[in-house]
Design a protein around this ligand. Structure first.
Ligand code: SF4
Ligand code: SF4
Ligand code: FES
Length: 577
């Protein structure tokens, strides 16, 4: 037997939602949907939920298990799990009200707009419309399979479906009146495969709206339509047959509000990365058409073009200081220790600082050197490195990126390993540089140290800390455990998790520069989670997160809580007693 809790709510009867416990017999590979059906069979409890295809194709069964969005028909039920509806207004139990989303979809009138010269393409409008909405086919299949609650849900949506079917029929009728030939399969006019690669990537959406449920930004502002809509618009903008004003539409729907947190891509059952596959490309098109980016983003580009750095130099650059030291005498170079195992195993190691650590958080750079010294590791800090290009890639200003990539390639390609201590830089070097033909062996500092950390020389710190997962480290590089392993090894550090450590703090995607109110709103949510814990410090591995969360803490009157890079904490633990 397993025990699960399901959030129950009937807006006609209940004042508040409440969790109800159920015990059910766990079958082999039992899915959440099977468990919900079993609850109704065993308890006769009239629990309401949506499902239809039971094959991960219709998107209707999306819900949350233990806070994570999943498809009920595809995900295995876990013992002691909590099942909740998506973050939309609830009609009953697990059934949410999607009316507003569906109305917006209908109002946007998104179907292929083609040139008059190619009348036959109007076939595609019908085909697109039918494919995107799946109404006719799905309803036929559903009718045979839905349970009583599903039928109720079906009725709730009937009106919308009927409207959409009417629209479809009108469209079909109009093409027949215009004597446009509809072929049986609705084949599109011939376009080359390469021309439709981008649009293909974003076409497989099953309209589960999970991405809208998890996007942190749409909970902050109504100005941002959200990932589902960005993906939807991009599908047409990337289609060579389409002549609509899609880029402008995407800007009007909030193209520059996305923080590039990647949460929408992480949970999408069809593995659509709405940021990378849609938003980032739409931003690049906006830039090409001179419709974007925002002023603050343009200023960053100007600065990078002039100085090679995305921020102004405050105090002497970390790289310059280290170079001066290194030039004094080879013997004084950063911690050479030829006896050490790490050196022979890891080969020649370079540090990639990123703009913030070079010009703003020099202390993090010096902490790195001290910590590596304690671990007997020799590194170089190559002088000719410049901005990794992340702020340009994330805001679509791609025209100067190749130049940056090639300069960094020259600075770094002689090394066996490149260490980063900024999540954004690491993600860019790992994920974007290969697209420019540059493949470096990049490791975040937490990856590098987790397995080999020398704890013998550490003193007891007597600190209580929590950890914020930078989006570009967690989802961008898949690094979640390593920083925690390190925190658990530091002597005298009590590490506790905040409620949602991987929720975006709002600093990324050019949002902190151009939409500071959104960055602050999301930072404030982090500050509230931190306040709950009564900790001395928040640890992270991203200078942008560090600044944004510290600002939010300060504004909330919590300036006694310090936000630190993990290297600063490690340095404290190694500092002389
Ligand atoms: S993009 Fe993915 S998560 Fe969003 S609605 Fe489509 S299938 Fe669902
Ligand atoms: S990347 Fe994050 S902020 Fe951007 S659309 Fe996806 S979930 Fe929303
Ligand atoms: S019932 Fe789960 S996707 Fe269709």
């Amino acid at each position: 037997m397993i025990e699960i809790e399901v959030l129950r709510f009937d807006r006609e009867k209940d004042k508040e939602p409440y969790f109800k416990k159920y015990k059910i017999e766990k079958k082999y590979k039992m899915k959440i949907l099977d468990a919900l059906i079993a609850i109704n069979e065993n308890y006769n409890d009239n629990l309401s939920f949506r499902s239809s295809c039971r094959a991960g194709q219709c998107g209707s069964c999306a819900l949350k298990m233990n806070g994570e969005v999943v498809l009920a028909c595809k995900s295995e039920i876990k013992d002691k799990s909590k099942i909740e509806p998506l973050d939309f207004p609830v009609i009953k139990d697990l059934i949410v009200d999607k009316t507003k989303i569906e109305e917006k979809v209908a109002n946007m009138e998104l179907f292929l707009e083609t040139d008059d010269k190619d009348k036959n393409n109007e076939n595609n409008e019908i085909n697109e419309y039918n494919k995107d909405n799946n109404y006719i086919e799905n309803n036929e299949i559903n009718d045979n399979e839905v349970n009583e609650n599903e039928i109720n849900e079906s009725n709730e949506n009937k009106e919308i479906d009927e409207n959409k079917n009417k629209e479809f029929k009108d469209l079909k009728k109009s093409s027949e009146t215009n004597n446009i030939k509809l072929d049986g399969c609705g084949c599109p006019s011939i376009i080359e495969n390469e021309e439709c690669m981008d649009t293909k990537k974003v076409r497989s959406c099953i309209e589960c709206y999970s991405c809208l449920s998890v996007c942190p930004v749409i909970k902050e502002t109504k100005e941002f339509a959200g990932p589902y809509f960005m993906r939807y618009i991009s599908k047409f903008d990337f289609d060579p047959r389409d002549i609509g004003e899609r880029t402008k539409e995407s800007i009007d729907e909030g193209l520059y509000y996305c923080t590039s947190c990647g949460k929408c891509g992480e949970i999408c059952p069809k593995e659509i990365n709405s940021f990378g596959d849609a938003i980032e490309k739409l931003r690049a098109i906006a830039n090409m058409k001179d419709l974007g980016p925002l002023e603050a983003h343009k200023e960053v580009k100007e600065l990078i073009s002039k100085t090679g750095r995305s921020v102004e130099e405050l105090d002497e650059s970390f790289i310059k200081t280290v170079s001066k030291e290194q030039n004094k005498t080879e013997k004084e170079k950063v911690s050479p220790n030829s006896e050490n195992e790490n050196k022979s195993k890891k080969g020649k190691i370079a540090v990639f600082t990123g703009c913030m650590i070079d010009y703003r958080l020099q202390n993090v750079g010096f902490a790195l050197i001290d910590v590596l010294k304690k671990n007997g590791i020799e590194v170089d800090v190559p002088e000719d490195q410049i901005c990794c290009g992340s702020p340009m890639l994330r805001t679509g200003q791609t025209e100067i990126v190749e130049n940056l990539v090639l300069k960094n390639k020259d600075a770094l390609s002689d090394y066996d390993t490149v260490i980063t201590m900024c999540a954004g830089c690491g993600a860019t070097l790992k994920n974007d540089y290969p697209k420019y033909g540059v493949n470096l062996n990049v490791m975040d500092i937490s990856e590098f140290l987790a397995k080999n950390l020398d704890t013998k020389q550490m003193k007891d710190l007597n600190l209580k800390v929590t950890y914020h997962d930078p989006c570009h480290l967690n989802r961008g590089q898949g690094i979640k455990e390593e920083p925690r392993e390190i925190l658990n090894k530091i002597k005298g550090v009590e590490f506790i998790e905040m409620e949602k450590p991987d929720q975006c703090c709002g600093a990324g995607g050019g949002v902190r520069a151009a939409k500071p109110e959104i960055a602050f709103g999301l930072g404030k949510k982090k500050a509230e989670m931190v306040e709950e814990l009564d900790v001395d410090a928040v640890i992270s591995i991203c200078p942008f997160c560090q600044y944004n969360i510290q600002d939010a803490l300060n504004k909330e009157g919590l300036d006694n809580i310090k936000v630190m890079n993990i290297l600063e904490l490690l340095k404290m633990s190694y500092d002389d007693k």
